[in-house]
Design a protein around this ligand. Structure first.
Ligand code: ZN
Length: 176
């Protein structure tokens, strides 16, 4: 950040009084521009036959790599609503509810990824502008070497271990 979004004057990077870490501060209008992690909400859609839905990304970053549907949460929605919205936008899968099963922090990217597993009501899904291909995979078919993000790999592994280990929410942190 170079300029204050409130008044347009240059900002400086300094520790505000009473704080303990540097922030972008505007000495003109006194605004402190806090920057905090962003929430990414995703789903792991499960088809009626147990297969897992993955999307091939049609956008950068990681274009042409496979991912679970998801994206940045919007201001007017819950994490679950965000996850379900993104799943519709990216894969045309409609679901009403989901179950949180993984929370993965990525400090380096200033992000936290929240994964919900959802039951697809039927086999309806489709490619979209954001996903060049949408496909169902058996456990043995998952393209591990072509996954877009480490968090997706981590969440998929946790999901596949659930039947053996019993249901639990993964809460972990990845380096990026
Ligand atoms: Zn300002």
């Amino acid at each position: 950040m170079n300029f204050c979004s409130a008044c347009g004057q240059p900002v400086i990077f300094k520790i505000p009084e009473g704080d303990n870490r540097p922030r972008y501060v505007c000495d003109h209008c006194q605004t402190i521009h806090y920057q905090n992690p962003r929430a990414i909400t995703l789903t792991l859609p499960i088809a009626p036959d147990g297969r897992i839905l993955l999307c091939k990304r049609n956008i950068e970053p990681q274009k042409n790599y496979w991912t679970l549907p998801g994206g940045f949460m919007e201001n007017d929605e819950s994490t679950l609503q965000g996850a379900l919205r993104e799943t519709w936008e990216e894969a045309r899968v409609k679901a009403d509810t989901g179950e949180l099963f993984a929370v993965i922090s990525v400090p380096k990217w200033h992000q936290v990824h929240l994964f919900y597993r959802i039951q697809m009501p039927d086999f309806s899904f489709a490619a979209t502008e954001e996903s060049s291909e949408v496909k169902l995979f058996n456990e043995t078919e998952i393209p591990w070497s072509s996954l877009a993000f480490k968090t997706v790999e981590c969440a998929l592994k946790h999901y596949l271990e659930l039947p053996k280990a019993g249901f639990s929410v993964l809460n972990t942190s990845l380096s990026g």
